[in-house]
Design a protein around this ligand. Structure first.
Ligand SMILES: [Zn+2]
Length: 536
């Protein structure tokens, strides 16, 4: 671990600009640490989001509540220009209650959850099941004419998996060292097409089943231990699924498929779910600590406020939202007057494809030509090919750095540099004081699937922190276990200190953070590749 400038860090004055009034007690890491460790509120913030408000599906009543509450909090801490930025999303949806019971061959309560944006059953729906695994539209022919009046079990009942990973994990130094390996970017249009086909399949399946007269469908959870997720994608106006659908715990699902081999199996499903159509816009929440130098631009921290519906959205991403809010509260409470403005962003629509941060990019940072294939137009931007040329907006040069938190509730262990080689020495210097908090690692492995992605892909200095995994990937991510008990208060406080410290450094440094070039059309990674016909 390098210790560059560790000693000098604590003496960095916040008021680096000569325009600012000198402070008698400069804002340093020590004041940040005191505000977080001795007077912290991050645990209360996280508990409010998880326990009082609960799961925050984009545009659901709970998400609306969270949008109002978080703005009230920012205002109460003295943040400036607290505001929403809306973007076109689609329908809200929420679960009042849901029950699924086997009635034959014996009575049994099953563990399931309605799939997001599927319609209610309008009372108890009673029907026999049929096991009809389908994963591409080529499978439809096998089941034509056989599904009328049935509840269709559409997942192939893969056998139970052995637990390969420790259920709860902290990263060792050796684990972190392994992350410091640069992976060359790969440009492979075939891979992208496969993901698009998978995404589109669900809507095709719903249409096929409805045409065949099926009454509902059920999928199997991908996680053992009767955990369920209920993720769905029919949020766009006019794209609402036609049939009620549930996800069942894997053990319950497999039991049904075994019983169906030897006799009739009947279920009662009562799915009471509701749509919200008063406002189809989703809203990002933004709040600022103004900088002293209007020419110096701004730095930004962000986390998504929306979640899935099975749990309380505690680790994904109430924890990240709480840490971002706590960093805002701390920096405001210690009277930070940085050279650059510091912006705090709580994104919406992340779980549907990073929609909130994508909308921010589109509005403030840069635009890309729309996809040339009209069939791509209805897909979340996440799936669209990166199109060129990139047209940067005036705001592009103002964003000096972006820091994202969205890897569960584990403490910060360092930062991923996202292919920005030039930033490495700077981060090593900034993180050195946090070595005793276990947060000083700077690693090269890129990360994906969260709100820094579109900014980083534009060449902007946009980063995600390394976090201890805890039980995030094994049990909590998107499941009904995503509750407050899976957060660790000491980890949340630590993360808030590191985030506030890094933000402050980025906001006062005279040297701008290095950028990557604005991207242009890449060449094929493997120009001599032929697709394997057997895999088509
Ligand atoms: Zn997340």
């Amino acid at each position: 671990m390098q210790k560059l400038a560790a000693g000098s860090w604590a003496f960095i004055l916040l008021t680096a600009s000569s325009l600012a009034a000198p402070q008698s007690d400069p804002v340093t890491i020590n004041r940040i640490a005191d505000a977080a460790f001795n007077h912290g509120e991050v645990v209360d913030i996280a508990a409010h989001l998880a326990d009082q408000i609960g799961g925050r599906m984009t545009n659901s009543p709970a998400m609306r509540k969270a949008e109002r509450w978080t703005q009230d909090q920012f205002k109460s801490w003295g943040l400036k220009d607290v505001r929403t930025e809306g973007f076109d999303f689609g329908r809200g949806w929420w679960i009042e209650s849901a029950e699924v019971r086997m009635t034959a061959p014996r009575p049994l309560e099953l563990h399931g959850i309605p799939i997001a944006w599927t319609p209610a059953t309008n009372g108890v729906l009673s029907a026999a099941i049929i096991v009809a695994p389908m994963s591409t539209d080529k499978d439809f022919a096998d089941w034509k004419g056989k599904l009328s009046g049935k509840i269709v079990l559409v997942t192939w009942p893969a056998p139970p998996k052995d637990d390969a990973d420790a259920p709860f994990e902290r990263l060792s130094d050796a684990d972190i060292a392994k992350l410091d390996k640069y992976l060359e970017p790969a440009f492979d249009p075939e891979m992208r097409q496969k993901r698009i086909d998978r995404y589109r399949f669900r809507a095709k399946l719903d249409g096929f089943l409805a045409e065949e007269g099926a009454v509902a469908w059920i999928q199997m959870s991908r996680t053992e231990g009767r955990l369920v997720h209920g993720e769905g994608s029919g949020y766009r106006v006019g794209k609402t699924p036609r049939l009620s659908a549930l996800e069942l715990g894997a053990e319950d699902y497999r039991r049904l498929t075994r019983l169906a081999k030897v006799g009739e199996v009947r279920l009662d499903i009562d799915s009471r779910v509701h749509y919200e159509d008063a406002d189809h816009n989703a809203y990002n929440i933004l709040a600022d600590i103004p900088g002293t130098d209007p020419q110096a631009g701004y730095v930004m921290a962000g986390a998504h406020l929306d979640s899935w519906v099975a749990g309380d959205g505690a680790a994904d991403n109430g924890a990240g939202a709480a840490v971002v809010m706590e960093a805002a509260r701390i920096l405001a409470s210690v009277g930070a007057k940085p050279r650059r403005s510091i912006r705090f962003a709580l994104w919406s629509g992340e779980e549907q494809g990073l929609l909130g941060s994508a909308a921010y990019v589109e509005k403030h940072l840069a635009r890309r030509p729309p996809p040339t294939d009209p069939a791509m137009a209805d897909l979340p931007v996440y799936f669209s090919p990166d199109s060129y040329p990139v047209q940067t907006l005036p705001g592009f040069s103002e964003l000096a750095a972006y820091f994202n938190i969205d890897n569960g509730s584990g403490k910060v262990r360092g930062i991923y540099t996202e292919g920005n080689f030039a930033v490495v020495p700077m981060f090593r210097e900034w993180l050195a004081p946090f070595a005793s908090l276990g947060a000083a690692s700077v690693v090269a492995q890129p990360t994906d699937s969260t709100d820094h992605v579109f900014m980083s892909r534009l060449g902007l200095p946009a980063f995600q922190f390394i976090q201890d995994p805890l039980d995030y990937e094994t049990r909590v991510h998107h499941t009904d276990l995503d509750t407050f008990d899976h957060l660790r208060p000491e980890d949340l406080r630590q993360a808030a200190v590191v985030l506030a410290g890094v933000l402050l450094n980025a906001a006062i440094t005279e040297k701008p953070l290095p950028r990557k070039p604005v991207p242009s059309q890449p060449g094929l990674t493997d120009p001599f590749h032929y697709p394997d016909p057997a895999k088509k």
